[in-house]
Design a binder for this molecule. Structure first.
Ligand SMILES: *[C@@H]1O[C@H](CO)[C@@H](O)[C@H](O)[C@H]1NC(C)=O
Ligand SMILES: *[C@@H]1O[C@H](CO)[C@@H](O)[C@H](O)[C@H]1NC(C)=O
Ligand SMILES: *[C@@H]1O[C@H](CO)[C@@H](O)[C@H](O)[C@H]1NC(C)=O
Ligand SMILES: *[C@@H]1O[C@H](CO)[C@@H](O)[C@H](O)[C@H]1NC(C)=O
Length: 461
């Protein structure tokens, strides 16, 4: 009987019967207290039976009653409460995992208007815009309600084959891989091979880093309209290397299956430097220039006068001719670092102008038909000159006296007829132009350099 209440219910009957046997033996020895013994026996029996039933009830309800009412009967409420909440939390997390919805990375709804500011990449989000800065998206953030960006798929040709979703760190989609640290995610309409398109995609990240304590990414993720780009062109790769160091380009190939990859922190740029302020653009290109020169071991120190201003080199003029394909990245940086006037036919190699000192001059030549058929895109180097602090006087367009494309009424066809034409040369014009520019560049550079309060060596990041 002593042990009864503490025993587990399975042993209870045995315990009870042994207690009763013991009581029987006692009855023989002391008959006087027989009534008293009987009463005790009955009370004990009733009490133990009640206890047995109670314990049985608790066990049965724990197994079969999913609602919470049974908790009220439980003697160790705290512990059971905890277990119950864990179970509920597990269920909720599991539901959240399953409710992560993936959308196409390239939204065809915007195919027609993608060139006028609408983006078919991550189309359900609006950019963050801070004054003077390029537009961007950051995850996790208040607008994402603390959720991380996840991307699934590694299709390199069709962005509709890849998809994205938002998910909380605690409830990432099943089999998701968490990519730790900060990722820089870039999307472009063009590609990461072309120098101009490449530097236009890179510049907004440089601007963001400059504002955010020179933060560097742990990885690059490159997309062309949602299609994964596993590599960048060699010129751009070198430029990225010179600014951020050795940073891998993500290919989403960690497993044997296509699984979601979720970014602990992600900065997404999908608009180039469009909304960036003029001064900010100048400082971004100053930073790019500075990093490239430092990476290539180019030290302007020896060309700086006693006041720290660079020497103006147009005093005695030297003309050098280069074919950019023949030069390594660093050779291109070096040639342009020491160039005051760049004269070139229109082409991606002109992107190297960003490595000249601010206030240098760019002269651009266009073949026949470009002015008439090339559209607004032919002005990209005029824009880049403005962004990077160069002067870009009126370019030279070779005259198209006679339209000689086979079907003049078909503009697209005519454009491809003229597109890759060789650029001609009007010696009269060029001689005149050179005389003016060489005369003026010295003066102009002196003025702009003085105004700029030139600071030669230190990169801001
Ligand atoms: C048990 O859970 C309820 C609500 O789920 C809560 O209000 C109560 O504080 C919890 N008790 C303990 C001891 O955790
Ligand atoms: C995409 O990822 C899968 C799974 O990791 C891999 O087997 C496949 O080769 C990848 N495709 C490309 C184009 O990288
Ligand atoms: C060459 O340039 C000069 C000066 O701009 C101009 O007067 C002349 O018409 C041009 N000649 C041709 C053939 O375009
Ligand atoms: C050049 O940079 C240094 C340090 O970054 C700064 O102290 C100095 O004022 C700058 N000089 C000019 C002329 O901007």
């Amino acid at each position: 009987m002593r042990a009864g209440p503490t025993r587990i219910p399975g042993d209870y009957n045995a315990s009870l019967s042994s207690s009763l046997k013991h009581a029987d033996r006692a009855n023989h020895e002391i008959p006087k207290s027989l009534t008293q013994q009987k009463i005790t026996k009955i009370i004990a029996f009733v009490f133990l039976s009640f206890l047995a039933i109670l314990i049985l009830y608790i066990i049965v309800s724990a197994f079969y009653s999913p609602d919470t009412s049974w908790v009220a009967f439980n003697p160790c409420r705290g512990a059971v409460n905890k277990t119950a909440n864990n179970g509920e939390t597990e269920t909720l997390i599991s539901k959240l995992r399953d409710s992560v919805t993936f959308l196409h990375l390239k939204d065809l709804k915007y195919a027609k208007t993608s060139m006028v500011g609408n983006t078919w990449f991550l189309s359900s989000f609006s950019d963050t815009y801070e004054k003077e800065e390029a537009e961007y998206l950051y995850f996790p953030s208040q607008t994402s309600k603390g959720r991380l960006l996840c991307i699934k798929g590694n299709d390199t040709r069709d962005g509709t084959e890849n998809s994205y979703a938002l998910a909380w760190l605690e409830s990432l989609p099943r089999s998701a891989i968490l990519l730790e640290g900060l990722s820089f995610i870039s999307n472009t309409h063009y590609d990461f091979e072309n120098l101009w398109h490449g530097v236009s995609s890179l510049a907004p990240f440089v601007g963001w880093s400059m504002k955010h304590g020179c933060l560097k990414p742990r990885r690059w993720v490159l997309f062309k309209n949602g299609a994964l780009q596993p590599r960048a062109g060699s010129w751009l790769q070198k430029l990225m290397l010179s600014i951020y160091g050795e940073i891998p380009i993500e290919r989403f190939q960690k497993g044997s299956d296509i699984v979601p990859y979720c970014f602990e922190k992600a900065l997404v740029m999908r608009h180039n430097v469009g909304k960036m302020g003029r001064e900010k653009k100048l400082s971004v290109y100053q930073q790019i220039r500075c990093k490239a020169r430092s990476f290539c071991g180019i030290n302007l120190g020896r060309d700086v006068n006693e006041n720290g201003a660079p020497l103006i080199r147009v005093e005695g003029c030297r003309v050098k001719v280069f074919q950019s394909e023949d030069l390594s990245f660093c050779e291109q940086v070096e040639v342009l670092t020491y160039t005051d006037i760049l004269a070139s036919p229109h082409g991606a190699q002109m992107t190297n102008m960003i490595f000249m000192e601010r206030g240098s001059v760019v002269m651009e030549f266009f073949p026949r038909g470009w002015l008439e058929y090339a559209g607004v895109g032919q002005h990209v180097f005029e824009w880049l000159a403005k962004q990077s602090g160069m002067l870009h006087p009126e370019p030279w367009w070779e005259k198209l006296d006679e339209i000689d494309c086979p079907r003049p009424q078909n503009r697209a066809e005519c454009w491809s007829f003229y597109k890759n034409g060789k650029v001609g040369l009007n010696q009269t014009f060029f001689a005149q132009w050179a005389r003016t520019q060489i005369g003026e560049v010295k003066l102009r550079k002196q003025i702009s350099l003085n105004l700029m309060a030139y600071n030669s060596s230190s990169c801001s990041c």
